[in-house]
Design a protein around this ligand. Structure first.
Ligand code: SF4
Ligand code: SF4
Length: 140
């Protein structure tokens, strides 16, 4: 299984090789997406973790056993209409037609319910009108 989670650390926990142990002891692939640790060494990591379901759950239990707070994340694509210059580039990348050109008006629209968060559109937008947002869903 594969999931994105936020790990909140205390100063003492941040001293430990937690990521190394997730990889070595639980065979998880851990991809750090974002890190924010303050000078007091408290902070959080946003990570994508992938592995066998049992190992994944054991890895989560290991984190909780250390006192790390674990919250699950979901991703949402946000289209800012007021930033969009209607160039149409994104529509040619979108596999689900969530971003679509109206052929009559040549205007772009975004249908969030069709978006599968594949990320194909994110880098093609010249004005950064399309962004990826992380929503915390609660404790794992
Ligand atoms: S993330 Fe993928 S599915 Fe969603 S709007 Fe962008 S290209 Fe389309
Ligand atoms: S690539 Fe960006 S600016 Fe161009 S149509 Fe899509 S959202 Fe608008």
């Amino acid at each position: 299984m594969k999931n994105k989670v936020v790990l909140y650390f205390s100063a003492a926990q941040s001293e430990q090789p937690i990521i190394y142990r997730l990889v070595k002891n639980y065979d998880l692939v851990v991809n750090i997406l974002k890190a924010d640790i303050n000078p007091q060494k408290q902070g959080y990591l946003v990570v994508e973790m992938e592995g066998e379901k049992d190992k994944y759950q054991e890895g989560i239990s290991f984190l909780k056993g250390l006192g790390v707070i674990v919250e699950s994340l979901s991703e949402t694509v946000v289209w800012q209409e007021d930033v969009c210059i209607q160039c149409g580039a994104c529509a040619s990348f979108c596999p689900t037609e969530a971003l679509e050109i109206n052929r009559e008006t040549m205007e772009i629209s975004f249908n969030n319910s069709k978006c599968v968060v594949c990320g194909m559109c994110l880098d093609c937008c010249p004005t950064r009108a399309i962004t990826l947002h992380f929503d915390i869903r609660g404790l794992v």
